[in-house]
Ligand binder design. Sequence first.
Ligand code: SF4
Length: 378
Amino acid sequence: MAGLYIHIPFCKTRCIYCDFYSTASNDKKTRFINALCKEIAMRKDYINNESIDTIYFGGGTPSQLSIDEFKQIFDAIDKTFGEIKAKEITLEANPDDLTEAYTNDLIQKLPFNRISMGVQSFNNNMLKTLNRRHNCEQAVKAVATCRKAGFQNISIDLMYGLPGETIEDWHNDLNQAIELDVEHISAYHLIYEKDTLLYKLRENKQLKEVEEESSLLFFETLIKRLTEKGYEHYEISNFSKPQLYSKHNTSYWQGVHYLGCGPSAHSYNGNEREWNIASLTHYIDGIESGNRDFEKEIIDINTDYNEYIITRLRTKWGISLNRIKSRYGEKYYSYFLKMSLTHLNSGKLERIDDIIKLSKNGIFVSDDIMSDLLYIEE
Ligand code: SF4
């Protein structure tokens, strides 16, 4: 059982907060699709004949591709791994790309069965500030279009802690999201990443970051509103209708192996992690010449332990004491017990049989707890 991630590095315009690798130029699109198909075929053995359980097209903006371009990619996947039997095949999409004709084709002519839509906000002023291409009306319409086309699994991304955002604004966004009755909601606090326009605007005092107190209130409100509406809070930033977790993203948190193709895509096979160069030109040149441009890290026991802590602490499945003992040995086991004790005593962590996980209060200070539990070699 493995995952396949495909990175589509094109965006019509760039959002001011984004540090994902993408380009607003389409010049190399045809060469990119050919290179991507070649990479898929070249890297067949990376996941050791494991069957592909989930496929995720992320980006960039994958909905910038045409139906024929997707067909070419699915053909390559088919030829490489055999007939596509993945349980979950997700397309990340921008609301304004989801016209009726395009959305119908996505489900009728291609194997997609899940849409993950970058809505971010239903407030038109906020959307303009972030330089998103769509407006609130387009986002609402896009969800309806997906439903009408037959998508039964729709996820939307929201952002909070936006410049100038009030708690009323956030309530309005949540009301709108709840009304859409989507299966899955991911909600992230806005981050001021270095080298983004957003960061520069803050440095130049052209916009102001929300206060820490408001950030906390936004997060509390998010959890309260969505859980009282029946959404399961299964990962710090992710909520779903019962059991309708993102299978692909959950597999990352559960250590499932995955192959990532396309510029900047990461791959993991249990022993090592690889990441392709974050440059479309270098990516294409490398694949065309048979010398893929990538970096690689061998995962030693310490990195493996730390990754296990980071990923599992974020989820409702928590950390298994047995797993720490059996996989990492006595040294890591006693370290974990020692470092988790204060947080267990303060009620920020809770223990249920073999599992230690964040409590309802601990979720608000998860970063601090996580850094205490990480093992830093001297
Ligand atoms: S559409 Fe997505 S990937 Fe593209 S710039 Fe905006 S946030 Fe980044």
